[in-house]
Design a binder for this molecule. Structure first.
Ligand SMILES: [Zn+2]
Length: 156
């Protein structure tokens, strides 16, 4: 059976690996220092091993900003977690965000890591097969793949 080694698979395995390494480095970094990103009217906090998205009600415009967190979050959830937190004050105005959710880094790593692992498994060169199109080269001595004309690897 010739499944073929597609260029897309080759790209996605490297993109996936890069992404996973970046996630891992960021994950470790969040314990040292958190970052707070405000893009009106949403807030994103990356801190303490997770990413928290907060949705605020429409309020007077404030420009986008990115700042370091002054202190760490002590309530970042270990599991993906949604909180509906709409609260109203006595005068009818809203306090706090409409809702927010936490995404832990282990969860993000799982989401991106699993397909990356599959891509790496599927894209590996099988012994005795063409490294370009996966054609079975058993008994082939022409030095070229009969399917795609890629020179075969010299015998080791
Ligand atoms: Zn080939």
């Amino acid at each position: 059976m010739s499944t073929g080694r597609s260029g897309l698979l080759r790209i996605s395995k490297w993109v996936g690996l890069t992404l996973c390494i970046l996630l891992l480095v960021t994950w470790v970094g969040t314990y040292a220092r958190g970052v707070f990103i405000r893009v009106y009217p949403n807030h994103v906090v990356v801190s303490d091993g997770g990413v928290r998205f907060l949705r605020y009600p429409i309020a007077p415009y404030r420009p986008a900003e990115v700042t370091w967190m002054e202190e760490s979050l002590n309530n970042m959830h270990f599991l993906p977690h949604v909180v509906w937190s709409k609260q109203f004050l006595a005068d009818g105005s809203q306090a706090g965000p409409d809702w927010w959710f936490d995404l832990p880094f282990w969860f993000l790593l799982l989401i991106f890591g699993f397909p990356t692992l599959v891509a790496w498994r599927r894209d590996r060169v099988k012994p005795g097969h063409c490294r370009s199109c996966d054609y079975d080269l058993t008994g082939n001595e022409s030095g070229r793949c009969p399917e795609c004309a890629t020179p075969t690897e010299p015998a080791k």
